[in-house]
Design a protein around this ligand. Structure first.
Ligand code: GAP
Length: 511
């Protein structure tokens, strides 16, 4: 299936089966804002629980917090967000459309890359088995020209950004002949910096209200609580603070569904370490975080590391975990060694000492920080896009979500074969027994085949069918989503079987 069509199918599936709706759809929607529906919220909560337990319960030196979304405005001055959390924007004077200048350039480079791929594909067809891709890429004149172009534009663009030279960024757009996708013209304005934080007012305007920001990351709530947690929790370095929560960014290029939203959720952890030990802990967390993703059972080929060669001024190492979304490999999680930058900034701006006193060595220092930051919505999208599959069963197509059983929104569907003869009553009894431990669904409408398909489409790993034999011998059939096999089991074994197969422990013990 073409990737674009595949992506459209996932978006449509999310809506049809109650995973994700456009926000305020009734009023034609709000761009880049989404609501999670009845199945979406369950899957999202399960991912959160998996992350939370993996971080806090399995690491006794990591504790959690839940800080407020509003924070003192100086927090964002100290963190650098007021002055530097910007995107470079450019307007097309004909279409009046606004774009991120860096995205226009990246898309342009991607098109050149696609031309290389086409050349490779053509040559591969021409030469057949004798084709040597490496040799072709390193000797074909056209491919070499394209590659040189990508390299020179990337270099010019990086240096323009480093020097904060927005005119240079504009020149690249002009010189490369990049046109507005809507008007097709090159009639561009100058490039301006645009801050991504949403502002609002605290208190009534007449009282002289203060501007506050909707937090663009949860991490600062952790930094400003470092002392509170360290002191009250009697934490010793190294230790971590984890948090899950909403973040807000006024994204200009708001596309790709829940990949880039204006309101989204992050799962972040700051690990406070002794200066000089940060790179050791950085490697340790890199390994742990990749394991967390892999334990969900998605093919390792879907993940890759992206090393940041150009580091932010406060970082001394940074890697992203990228995932192959239906629109290509993109960032899923960032793991950054942020030195003592944030705590030192808060120390300077607040005038309060933020240090750790090591009573074994008698030293005081501002701890260094290793950060792991993963998008909850992006994890959701990674899971859904890996789980969605269309299978041919006889002459019909079965749409199934092969989600890990422990994360599936509904764990068990309880289905009486027919709506009479005492089967609904027995099915209800089973449901009433299971519902204290598991999220279950009871369904009696439509044929059993249709009901199975509906459960496949939301990823329910087990369907339990109560039939006439059940009344006689207290057995039911259990149907497995992935291979559609069924077996007959006694009702007393039911709870034990489904509980053990859907236990989050199945994922956590792989870490
Ligand atoms: N505290 C570090 C930080 O916020 P980031 O790379 O800007 O770093 C971390 O964001 C993660 O948050 C990203 O890897 C991504 O998964 C998620 N994220 C960032 N912006 C997002 C957006 N607009 N929509 C959805 N997820 C986003």
């Amino acid at each position: 299936m073409v990737q674009e069509d595949f992506f459209k199918k996932i978006v449509a599936h999310c809506k049809e089966y109650g995973f994700i709706f456009q926000s305020s759809e009734l009023y034609d929607g709000l761009s880049a804002v989404y609501d999670y529906g009845q199945n979406g919220v369950e899957l999202k909560n399960n991912i959160k629980e998996y992350w939370w337990k993996a971080m806090t319960q399995l690491n006794e030196e990591v504790v959690g917090i839940d800080s407020a979304i509003f924070m003192h405005p100086t927090v964002w001055k100290a963190s650098g967000h007021v002055d530097a959390f910007n995107d470079p924007l450019i307007d097309n004077k004909d279409s009046k459309k606004r774009y991120r200048a860096d995205v226009l350039i990246e898309d342009h480079l991607e098109k050149i890359n696609e031309k290389i791929s086409k050349e490779v594909e053509k040559a591969s067809k021409r030469f057949g088995d004798a084709f040597d891709e490496h040799q072709f890429r390193t000797t074909n004149v056209r491919v070499l020209e394209y590659a040189a172009k990508i390299e020179s534009v990337t270099k010019a663009f990086n240096s323009a950004l480093e020097e904060n030279d927005l005119e240079k960024v504009r020149q690249i757009i002009i010189e490369e002949g990049i046109v507005c996708p809507v008007s097709g013209s090159r009639n561009w304005t100058e490039v301006r910096q645009f801050n991504l934080m949403f502002e609002t007012k605290l208190g009534s305007v007449s009282e002289g209200a203060n501007t506050v920001y909707l937090r663009p990351e949860t991490a600062q709530g952790i930094f400003v609580n470092y002392l509170n947690v360290q002191k009250t929790g009697r934490m010793r370095i190294p230790f971590g603070i984890a948090q899950i929560g909403k973040a807000f960014r006024n994204e200009i290029v708001a596309r790709q569904f829940i990949f880039r939203m204006r309101e989204f959720e992050q799962m972040e952890m700051q690990y406070f370490v002794k200066p000089g030990e940060e790179l050791k802990w950085f490697e340790n967390w890199r390994e742990k975080r990749m394991k967390w993703h892999l334990a969900m059972g998605i093919s390792p080929a879907k993940y890759r590391w992206h090393k940041h060669d150009k580091l932010a001024h406060y970082a001394n190492a940074a890697f992203d975990i990228e995932f192959e979304f239906p629109f290509g490999f993109k960032e899923l999680e960032g793991i950054h060694s942020r030195t003592d930058y944030d705590l030192t900034q808060h120390q300077n701006f607040s005038g309060k000492k933020i240090q750790f006193f090591d009573n074994e060595t008698g030293e005081s220092y501002v701890p260094y920080v290793v950060e792991t930051s993963v998008g909850l919505d992006r994890t959701f999208l990674s899971l859904l896009s890996a789980a969605y599959s269309e299978e041919q069963v006889g002459d019909e197509t079965r749409v199934v979500l092969n989600l890990p059983a422990a994360l599936a929104p509904v764990k068990v569907a309880v289905l009486p074969l027919v709506k009479k003869d005492g089967l609904p009553e027995m099915a209800r009894k089973i449901m009433d027994d299971l519902k204290f431990d598991l999220n279950c669904i009871y369904e009696e409408k439509d044929s059993i085949g249709k009901r199975y398909r509906r459960q496949d489409a939301i990823g329910t790993p087990f369907c339990i069918t109560v039939d006439h034999q059940s009344l006689e011998d207290n057995t039911v059939t259990i149907r497995y989503r992935d291979d559609m096999t069924q077996e007959r089991i006694s009702t007393d074994k039911l709870s034990g079987i489904v509980k053990s197969k859907t236990d989050l422990k199945n994922l956590l013990t792989k870490l």
